[in-house]
Design a protein around this ligand. Structure first.
Ligand SMILES: NC(=O)c1ccc[n+]([C@@H]2O[C@H](COP(=O)([O-])OP(=O)(O)OC[C@H]3O[C@@H](n4cnc5c(N)ncnc54)[C@H](O)[C@@H]3O)[C@@H](O)[C@H]2O)c1
Length: 362
């Protein structure tokens, strides 16, 4: 189906019906999603599940959801009048929730990261395929105006062959002090899988979705598992249950020869937080955070920055895109295959850290 997309990603295609959405996991990010669904409109929030009664009460009171469950299998068995399930649990539940939703014949929208491992991610993609439902991954930085601008230049060939990409998601002091972000068995890892995943997807989506084939890397834990008296904006994380890395670094090789390094940390001894991608090609390059692009013209090295990038909310884009894929048949810009490729990079870095050497990614 051919759809026309406007600047903020809204399909011009005629909307046919209201999309009925249910949640699995109703914590912090589900609350943001619920507010966005209400703001965008054309969506009914019809059911929800969480293992905490307080979350059910909150969603009933604040988002008017009446059909609430403590078990998602029970919800999917008993409540049929729902078109799409929005998976907003900790990472360790993404796979079970997404597979159950797809097997119940529901479209799936999944928060990042896709899963805890490539094996799980593939199970989720397979479930969507065999049930002929749509699966949309919930990455959002690929939708930033500057991501589109740089992607267009890469696609046009302006930078030539892309040789090297440097991706960084580094916080000076920012261990999440809510949820279970410090627990490896529930999250799969620390900053690499939590924030590194964002910048990896942003980079991957700008350089033409290359196929990762090997990885080398290492992880380090030196602060999160200890009590700290140092003042910071994110104090009092749960150091007693902290089993993830503080810092992860890795290098990915793609099948087109391009190399990518990733640096990700909750607690790096650096001047200030860094969240960016640098792209270096044969003929040009770019710096994502500033939207600056670099190339030679005539006898000069030029720095160029779009004078107008567009101005839209990436959360609006991300949620509207998913709604329109499920409801209106809009082309899926963020399918399961993209989630799997990013998961391969995460798995590769963690596997290499465990093995102490470069590992192949299949
Ligand atoms: N895209 C983003 O920028 C972004 C930002 C924050 C979080 N996230 C992702 O969203 C997910 C949730 O993060 P959060 O910050 O909302 O965490 P959270 O801890 O606030 O919420 C998770 C909720 O899931 C519930 N839950 C746990 N196990 C469950 C189960 N078996 N069935 C149903 N509910 C269950 C918990 O009780 C909790 O209410 C994570 O995967 C995280 O990576 C994405």
């Amino acid at each position: 189906m051919d759809t026309k997309i406007d600047a903020i990603g809204e399909s011009k295609q005629k909307k046919t019906k209201t999309l009925r959405v249910g949640f699995i996991g109703m914590g912090g990010i589900a609350n943001l999603h619920a507010n966005m669904y209400k703001k965008i409109g054309g969506v009914d929030l019809v059911c929800g599940c969480d293992i905490r009664q307080a979350a059910l009460d909150h969603f009933q009171k604040n988002h008017g959801i009446q059909n609430l469950y403590l078990d998602f299998n029970k919800m999917l068995k008993e409540f049929k009048d729902v078109d799409a399930i929005d998976v907003c649990t900790p990472n360790g539940v993404h796979c079970a929730a997404a597979v159950a939703a797809a097997d119940a014949g529901k479209n799936v929208f999944c928060e990042k990261p896709m899963a805890m491992s490539v094996k799980e991610a593939k199970m989720m993609a397979d479930a969507a395929k065999r049930n002929k439902v749509q699966f949309v991954m919930g990455f959002q930085h690929r939708y930033e105006p500057k991501s589109f601008a740089i992607r267009e230049q890469v696609e046009s060939g302006r930078f030539g062959k892309i040789l090297y990409v440097r991706a960084q998601a580094l916080r000076r002091r920012g261990i999440p002090n809510w949820g279970v972000f410090g627990q490896k068995k529930l999250q799969g890892g620390g900053p690499m899988i939590d924030i590194g995943v964002h910048i990896l997807d942003t980079a991957y989506s700008m350089i033409g979705y290359p196929n990762p084939i090997s990885a080398t890397g290492n992880t380090f834990t030196y602060m999160g598992n200890k009590k700290s008296k140092v003042k910071s904006g994110w104090p009092n994380w749960d150091y007693k249950t902290y089993t993830v890395e503080d810092l992860a670094v890795g290098m990915i090789r793609f099948d087109n020869g391009c190399m990518l390094t990733i640096e990700s940390s909750f607690v790096a001894h650096i001047e200030q937080d860094v969240f960016t991608v640098q792209i270096m090609g044969e003929k040009g390059g770019a710096e994502w955070s500033s939207a600056n692009m670099f190339f030679d013209q005539g006898t000069y090295m030029m720095n160029a920055k779009p004078s107008y990038l567009g101005n839209w909310d990436i959360w609006d884009y991300k949620m509207r895109h998913a709604i329109e894929v499920f409801r209106d048949g809009r082309k899926n810009e963020c399918p399961a295959e993209h989630g799997i490729a990013v998961q391969k990079m995460l798995d590769g870095v963690y596997a290499s850290a465990a093995a102490g050497k470069e590992v192949a990614i299949d």
